[in-house]
Ligand binder design. Structure first.
Ligand SMILES: [Zn+2]
Length: 173
């Protein structure tokens, strides 16, 4: 499980697909009815049928937006999960994640509760990755390569600020 994705982001259920298929099918039927009503010059009934078209279009449009949000949330979360530090510059994120305006998307997806454990620091232009779950916290470790002391989130990996060696956020000894 990716620590930045909420449980709201999951694969679409089979029941949902059936429901959307039904909506699409109804759209087709009603549009064909509208064509007939227009041929008959039955304007009032055609207008009424048009309202039904809009009604059935709503869940379809909503699902398309949701699907796109899920895709973006997964792309962002998977990128952030591979970052070896607790924060990343916003400018860097804008280059690395292949979606339109990722930082703005992160802000949006956090508000929608599709993403979590991320804090946007607008003053420092940083995307800060927060503690992963309640058991995770910062621990002090020594670099196995150069011996420098540093803090790291438990369970995460980052590079030593001094020698560039790989540091693992193991439980404190
Ligand atoms: Zn080091």
């Amino acid at each position: 499980m990716n620590p930045f994705l909420t449980s709201k982001v999951k694969e679409r259920s089979g029941g949902r697909i059936v429901y959307l298929g039904f909506c699409a099918f109804m759209e087709l039927i009603i549009i064909m009815a509208i064509i007939n009503l227009l041929i008959d010059e039955n304007w009032g009934a055609a207008l009424l049928a048009l309202l039904f078209v809009l009604g059935f279009a709503r869940p379809i449009v909503r699902e398309i937006i949701k699907e796109k949000d899920f895709k973006n949330a997964k792309a962002i979360a998977s990128y952030l999960n591979g970052i070896p530090s607790e924060s990343i510059k916003m400018a860097q994120i804008n280059q690395k994640i292949p979606i339109n305006d990722p930082v703005k998307q992160i802000d949006r997806l956090l508000k929608k509760e599709y993403l979590m454990n991320i804090h946007l620091d607008w003053e420092k232009d940083l995307v800060v990755l927060l503690a992963l779950g309640s058991s995770n916290r910062y621990v002090e470790i020594s670099c196995p390569n150069c011996g420098a002391k540093t803090v790291i989130l438990q369970g995460r990996v980052k590079n030593c600020e001094y020698c560039g060696g790989t540091l693992l956020g193991k439980k404190s000894e």
